[in-house]
Design a protein around this ligand. Structure first.
Ligand code: FES
Length: 903
């Protein structure tokens, strides 16, 4: 068939059942993304005869004779791979507002926005309902479509200005290269047969029928895989996670676990090979309820006990604190299993390079730790493995795991050919990691004046079938939640247990969102019962500089108050909430306000390292090499700012090469809110060292002192005249950071909501978020992180849930039945920053990646409580749950939900 793509005739011979998306990608139009292949996310949006369509839903043959425009051709005819300028007005607007973070959704979003007429722009919630973004919270996207610019020129100082992301022109033209935006010719495709059982032993696998499928090159079973156990969870110290996983395991511990892999010339052949495998299972009893995990007769997941991790400790005397309290409040709160739902699924392509090195291009937050894990697994020295990333389409902690690289590496080693494995959205939901579901029993004792005398947490965390992040999440989740308060008596009893369910893992907030929901809800109830304003209760009890940071035992020794902005955050959020009454509610809706706070020790404990190199090149530009992946965290934006500031250069003069194990010696990875404060620190130190080297060389050339030489953009000014930078090249310097000491960051979220007591519907009338991020290096970028964190947390608070069926298999496998917030679901959040200057972080900065998520569920629950009298003790706050809670509150006489006048 013939069609026109981006102004040029294109001949295609589609396979039966092929969709337009894959035809376009096979032709090299990589701006057409794959997010779901189900018509839900819009990442594959193109124009078909001028109309925006989800190309994954268009049968390829229907495109015959049509004119197709992809993001690459939006500003005019072009050929695949051609460099483009963002000259279309919508592309320019997305650059000006930085309407993206990871940028994976952006091509589709731009294509939809470009097709909107003025009327549709008035109702963006409806107009963008077919395009999902997981990173931005839609605020910057709405600004872009409204023509509001957020970016600023550097104007001398680079730090503190909203300078654009280096990749902005590439992202909005669809020419930024994500993991799979590479030619596939000659690659084998890997597919996996997954367990239908929550617990089973593989008795036999007949691979013959699969091997007989035309195009199948190899079938891999547990007999082909190394017998070495590892953890998919990645940390600087591999001992942080239990080594309990095999590449292919003859014992299956959750429905969805890998049974065997088929490697074939095409995806279809690999899928057919999987269907042809004949597996005999011995089905074993399964444990699905974490509350039963420690019963003596509970089925065992690994070895003798289902206890994966435990944390216990007490400071002061909680019993005495309870005895002296005027009010004691106890309640149990539960948080559900939710998914990261980054739009780029997990995946990896592997091959041997010209020197025979195993090379993996992968969607990860931790390339160096992945390389090290592969070295251990396959007994290869570091020099024999290279791991690199393209641009990564979102992470949120989900890519602090090795979920595909181990099997792709095995396939490359076995076949000697390039191999690709990209998870489908269904696999992403069914077989990757989630947030840890938690049950948290809270005990609070308080005096009449609001002083807290005792805090207790009893935590049960369900880590699922494997122990990746079980201990880390439990420890972290029980830590800052209590350390944020200066109460003298605190106690924690926490256990993480195994079940035969999909493994939980690292997730934005790393355990704190669940415990903060519990404690901040409980404190709101205490404030309400004592008649104390909830902001005041926090002011009375929050930890202050100079006080020890204590959770349930001594806090890690390297956490310090590099700065303190919680007091400002409380003031800012309270004032902003009071200033903005929001729209008037309709009759029958109840209005209430609520708030919650959160503290985060930035940087994971037990070592986090980064190295960076800054070089002056012969053309007078700078090259920065780092190990950090850019997955929407903005690390490359702020790294360039740090370098430009130290070198007194225009940021455009600094080019970044990142996320490649060949680039630097080591980088622990972009997790635990470290991209700015650890890798950024290394970058800043490298750039300062390079600046010193440049001044030294200029001084040597001119016979003056280095102190007399001043760097400018493109030159060095000396008392003897101006030297162009290229005259002083080449020069290189390095910088390192070990992430210690660590500082603390704070967040306060406040909402005004309207709740309909009969339908259980919640409308957010006002949303305010105050953040203490130290010196805000890039306000636009940081605001985007906060807006995105609040939006993601609203999804988790209101409706997201990875539901399991009665057999323990994930039932919610599409975006259609796992609802992440769309544009129309997310209110504008007013973002305010405390003015602090951190003594620890680079140029006064603190992190602000994961922490905005943490106080949202509690603040929302507290607002619903204020509106209706109903205390919600479980997320998500689904309408039926709200209805039942309101009805129960009504029975208790808290408030009559129907006859009360809306306030
Ligand atoms: Fe939209 Fe990442 S920027 S999904």
């Amino acid at each position: 068939m013939r069609l026109t793509v981006n102004g040029h005739a294109h001949d295609a011979d589609p396979r039966p059942g092929q969709c337009l998306r894959t035809v376009l990608r096979e032709a090299g139009w990589f701006g057409v993304k794959k997010g779901c292949d189900a018509g839900d996310c819009g990442a594959c949006t193109v124009h078909l005869d001028g109309e925006p369509v989800h190309s994954c839903l268009v049968p390829a043959f229907r495109a015959e004779g049509t004119e197709v425009t992809t993001i690459e051709g939006l500003s005019g005819p072009c050929r695949p791979g051609e460099a483009r300028e963002p000259t279309h007005p919508v592309q320019a607007a997305f650059v000006a507002a930085q309407g993206f973070q990871c940028g994976f959704c952006t091509p589709g979003m731009v294509m939809t926005a470009a097709a909107l007429d003025q009327g549709r722009r008035q109702d963006l919630g409806d107009a963008l309902k077919g395009n999902l973004c997981r990173c931005t919270g839609y605020g910057a996207i709405r600004d872009a479509i409204a023509g509001i610019a957020r970016v600023e020129a550097p104007e001398g100082a680079c730090v503190g200005r909203s300078v654009p992301a280096p990749a902005a022109p590439l992202v909005v033209t669809g020419t930024a290269r994500f993991t799979f935006d590479i030619p596939e010719a000659g690659m084998l495709h890997l597919k996996v047969l997954r367990s239908p059982h929550a617990h089973a032993r593989i008795v036999a696998i007949d691979t013959g029928p699969a091997r007989a499928v035309p195009g199948v090159v190899a079938v891999l079973t547990h007999e082909d895989a190394p017998p070495r156990r590892f953890s998919t969870g990645r940390h600087e110290d591999p001992r942080d996670d239990a080594a309990d996983t095999l590449v292919l395991d003859p014992v299956l511990r959750f429905a969805g676990q890998r049974v065997a892999a088929v490697v074939a010339e095409t995806e279809a052949a690999a899928e057919a090979g999987c269907r042809a495998l004949r597996v005999t299972y011995e089905v074993l009893p399964a444990l699905l309820d974490p509350a039963r995990a420690l019963d003596p007769d509970a089925p065992r997941v690994h070895g003798e006990t289902n206890l994966a991790a435990e944390v216990r400790g007490e400071v002061g005397d909680v019993a005495a604190g309870i005895a002296e309290a005027d009010l004691v409040y106890e309640e149990t709160f539960t948080s559900q299993r939710v998914q990261h739902a980054h739009l780029e699924t997990h995946g990896c392509a592997g091959w041997r390079d010209a020197d025979g090195r195993l090379t993996l291009r992968t969607s990860t937050q931790v390339p160096f730790l992945t390389r090290d894990a592969l070295c251990a697994l396959y007994d290869l020295p570091r020099e024999e493995i290279r791991v690199l990333c393209g641009r990564v389409g979102g992470g949120f902690g989900g890519k602090q795991e090795m979920l595909t690289e181990d099997l792709v590496a095995l396939a490359v080693l076995k076949t000697g050919r390039p191999v690709k494995w990209e998870l489908t959205r269904q696999e992403q939901f069914a077989a990757t990691t989630t947030r840890h579901p938690m049950r948290v029993r809270v005990t609070v004792g308080a005096k009449r004046d609001g002083r807290i005398t005792a805090l207790g947490l009893d935590v049960l965390s369900d880590t699922g079938a494997y122990g990746n992040h079980a201990g880390g999440v439990l420890h972290h989740g029980c830590n800052e939640v209590l350390a944020a308060y200066s109460c003298p008596n605190k106690r924690v009893a926490g256990r993480a247990v195994h079940t035969h369910t999909p493994p939980a893992g690292a997730f934005r907030g790393y355990g704190l969102s669940q415990t903060i929901f519990a404690l901040e809800s409980a404190l709101d109830e205490v404030a309400r019962r004592l008649g104390v304003d909830p902001f005041a209760l926090r002011r009375i009890n929050a930890v202050r500089p100079g006080e020890p940071l204590v959770a349930h035992s001594l806090h890690p020794h390297d956490v310090v108050f590099g700065s303190y902005g919680l007091d400002q955050c409380l003031d800012l959020a309270q004032a902003a909430l009071a200033e903005d009454p929001g729209p008037a509610p309709e009759l029958g809706w109840h209005v209430g306000t609520g708030m919650a706070m959160a503290m985060l020790d930035t940087i994971p404990p037990r070592g986090h390292h980064a190295e960076a190199f800054a070089a002056l090149l012969p053309d007078g530009t700078y090259r920065l090499r780092t190990g950090t992946a850019e997955f929407g965290n903005g690390s490359q934006t702020v790294h360039r700012q740090f370098a430009a500031q130290a070198l007194q250069a225009d940021p455009a003069r600094v080019r970044i090469e990142a996320a490649d194990t060949d680039a630097v010696g080591h980088d622990t990875g972009a997790y635990g809110s470290t991209g700015t404060v650890v890798a950024g620190q290394a970058v800043h130190r490298a750039a300062l060292a390079l600046a010193e080297a440049i001044r030294a060389r200029a001084a040597e050339r001119t016979g003056v002192t280095p102190e007399a030489c001043r760097l400018a953009d493109g030159t060095v000014e000396t008392p003897k005249g101006v030297i162009p930078l290229n005259d002083l090249a080449p020069l290189e310097a390095s910088g390192r950071s070990n992430g210690s000491p660590r500082s603390v960051a704070f967040n306060v979220q406040a909402f005004r909501v309207a709740v309909h007591p009969v339908s259980g519907a919640v409308r957010i009338l006002t949303s305010v978020h105050a953040a203490d991020a130290g010196v805000v290096i890039n306000p636009m970028q940081c605001r985007g992180q906060v807006e995105g964190g609040v939006a993601q947390a609203l999804g988790a608070a209101l409706y997201e849930e990875v539901a399991l069926d009665g057999e323990g298999a994930v039932a919610t496998r599409t975006f259609r039945n796992y609802h992440i917030p769309a544009c129309g679901d997310v209110p504008d959040t007013r973002v305010l920053f405390a003015e602090t200057d951190d003594a620890v972080g680079p140029l006064g900065a603190k992190s602000m990646s994961e922490s905005p998520f943490n106080p949202v569920a509690a603040a929302l629950g507290n607002a619903i409580r204020d509106a209706t009298g109903a205390r919600l003790t479980a997320t998500p706050f689904a309408p039926d749950r709200i209805f039942r809670a309101v009805a129960a509150a009504c029975d208790l006489g808290e408030r009559h939900p129907v006859s009360d006048q809306a306030r």
